[in-house]
Design a protein around this ligand. Sequence first.
Ligand code: NAP
Length: 283
Amino acid sequence: MAPRARPRVAGVVGWPIRHSLSPLIHRIFAEREGADAVYLPLLVEPGRGSLMRALSGLRAAGFVGLNVTIPHKEDAFALADKRSAAAEAAGAANMLTFADDGLYADNSDIGGFKWALAQKLEGRRPGRALVLGAGGAARAVVLALKELEIGDCAIANRTRKKAEALAARFSARVADWPITPKLLAGVDILVNTTSLGMAGEPPLAIALTALSPDAIVADIVYRPLETGLLRDARARGLAVVDGIEMLMRQAAPGYEAWLGRKAVVDDELRAALVDALHAEAAK
Ligand code: NAP
């Protein structure tokens, strides 16, 4: 009997990793097209040395690629032999491919947020955006806003120095923290990239009264899916973008590069992720 072909194997490295939704997303992508593929959550301790050792072992074990999450995105970028333009722009990678000629870094967080926001823009090109936070995810969000040609992009962060560094790197402005209603006047797109509002973290306390009725409010936090910020925005009748949209879309390029042919991002996938989050919250 001929030996069975080996399944293609990929995964996601992070610390912590137990609650990652990426294995579920990739399992759904693979089941839909009957791909012989495995995608594993992999716990890798913080630090460039531990990531380097993990990468060498996973390559030897036959992994074709990896998603990278907190806290390894900058180290993944640094350890790569080749980098996409998106990864270069962000200085961080959430995708690593084990290519024959080395390790290739890419960044699909930028495209993920860009796609999620573009769904709500419907061809409009708003003039002003305000990004809350200046951590790893903020880089991808600011780059996506730039790609969408949002002319005036401001960054507000608790640690002002980090907002200044990001603003200098991406030709954005710095706005004051904490956020006052005055800062929100004239803002077309408000994006939370801080961890405020996440389960176990303090709430993001902002009064949205000064936002125009046409404004879009996005929150990339997805635990809980309906953050206080999104609840307030919905109550005011504003368009909202939640964190699941970006998460689903950033996963698609990895699946298509490593495991299968076509990653379909649709309402059915979203419903499965929402169910998983509800089940987790009910525990
Ligand atoms: P990070 O690099 O650790 O950045 C955290 C940000 O939150 C920093 O700007 C930090 O401000 C701010 N912050 C934390 N605690 C705060 C507090 N008590 N008051 C004010 N600001 C506070 O994290 P990250 O990688 O950017 O991720 C941020 C969030 O985005 C997480 O909830 C993550 O799950 C989510 N995320 C979602 C997606 C998606 O696909 N939907 C993708 C990536 C990340 P300082 O600089 O002052 O510390």
